[in-house]
Write a protein that binds this ligand. Structure first.
Ligand SMILES: *Cc1c(COP(=O)(O)O)cnc(C)c1O
Length: 377
């Protein structure tokens, strides 16, 4: 049993349904595509907003043995959820002065800089034993990782990596969602050049979109995040949608041609229209910048129903003129993300990406988790 969220269905402005079976199925699909490389799972930022307490145990049950989070406290929480067996990597590495906590919770820091390497080595010296960690290389993204100069510097010193039991050598691709981008190949080559200078360890380069670049990017481990959660469905027909987001119709009104909708009167009706006010707004992750774009639809499908006017904090307007009148009533739900309204499309219409949309959804929705195994099995 997975606990549903604290907001009761009958009074929430919207509902968020998260299909845990689809997350497990997506992990298995990616594990097959990437095999024989190990398939890890990235569950940072509360599993991309979907709830790490529900998501991580399902992934572990599906067979995932290595998990990535961004921050120390996310790692401590995940260790508590999953027990001692899985590897838990912390992508942002060691904040100054916290190395002992990583060791206490058996977390694997991703060492991103010479400073973080030294911090981990100091602890290893005081504990008089090598300490396990991942080492990240900057192969061009200029975000995290040892620079080529730092790698060469450390490699020339006999004690450069002393005390570090390297469990993984990794880097991250900047442009993996653009298969033709030359940065992909140049990062892959930079990684291959630097890797022999590091202590021998399994290697990892690909996140979700890197997996679809092909086997030369899989190396020993892949690290998908968003593809597990339905954000890469357009890249592979075998990945399943995970999230359904529904907003409740508070009221519906008829307006004549020339009437406007919402703050700033940014939408003016060109024809006599029916407008539904839906109780989801920018406080629920429907970013104001996306106002006047995108669409909702009836739960069973049908024509796209345009989102019109500016998005308010607690509501948005939907032009439901083209929906059959009998299909609509106050209190019913419209799909904002769902089987007929893919996450990637909803995000693109709002001028953003699935990652941002998921992590922005917030905590006012009624949350429902569909269990991994069908009931009765
Ligand atoms: C977030 C992140 C991932 C997962 O990325 P997706 O595109 O969501 O699959 C993998 N590796 C690193 C270093 C990350 O920061």
């Amino acid at each position: 049993m997975t606990p549903d969220g604290p907001v009761p269905a009958d009074r929430a402005g919207g509902s968020l349904t998260i299909d845990l079976g689809a997350i497990a199925a997506n992990w298995r699909t990616l594990a097959v595509v990437a095999g024989p490389a190990e398939c890890a799972a990235v569950v940072k930022a509360d599993a991309y907003g979907l709830g790490v307490a529900a998501v991580a145990p399902v992934l572990a049950a599906a067979g995932c043995r290595s998990f990535f989070v961004a921050q120390l406290d996310e790692g401590i929480a995940l260790r508590g959820l999953l027990g001692p067996a899985p590897s838990v990597f912390v992508l942002n590495g060691i904040p100054p002065g916290t190395a002992a906590e990583f060791d206490a919770h058996r977390l694997l820091p991703v060492l991103n800089s010479a400073t973080q390497v030294v911090e981990w080595q100091r602890l290893a010296t005081s504990r008089e034993r090598p300490l396990a960690a991942a080492i990240q290389l900057d192969t061009g993204m200029s975000r995290f990782g040892l620079s080529p100069d730092e790698v060469h510097g450390l490699a020339q010193r006999p004690d450069g990596f002393a005390g570090i039991a390297a469990r993984l050598v990794m880097s991250h691709l900047a442009c993996a969602d653009e298969p033709g981008h030359p940065a992909n190949e140049s990062q892959r080559e930079a990684f291959a050049r630097l890797r022999p200078l590091l202590p021998p360890a399994p290697a990892s380069l690909a996140a979700s979109f890197g997996i679809f670049l092909g086997p030369s990017y899989h190396l020993d481990m892949v690290r998908p995040g968003v593809a597990l959660f339905g954000g890469a469905a357009s890249h592979s027909p075998s990945l399943r949608p995970v999230v359904r987001l529904q907003g409740r119709i508070v009221q519906t009104r008829r307006i004549p041609a020339g009437a406007f909708v919402g703050y700033g009167a940014r939408f003016v009706a060109e024809r006599p229209s029916r407008i539904a006010t839906v109780a989801v707004g920018y406080a629920d992750g429907f970013l104001r910048a996306g106002g006047g774009q995108g669409a909702a639809c009836l739960p069973g499908g049908g024509p796209p129903l345009p989102i019109v006017g500016r998005i308010s904090m607690d509501c948005l307007g939907v032009d439901v003129t083209d929906a059959p009148e009998a299909a609509l009533q106050d209190g019913m739900a419209l799909d904002l993300i769902g089987p007929h309204r893919p996450l990637e499309d909803a995000a693109a219409a709002a001028g953003t990406i699935g990652y941002e949309m998921l992590t922005a959804l917030g905590h006012r929705y009624h949350r429902r988790y569909l269990p991994d195994a069908p009931p009765g099995r």
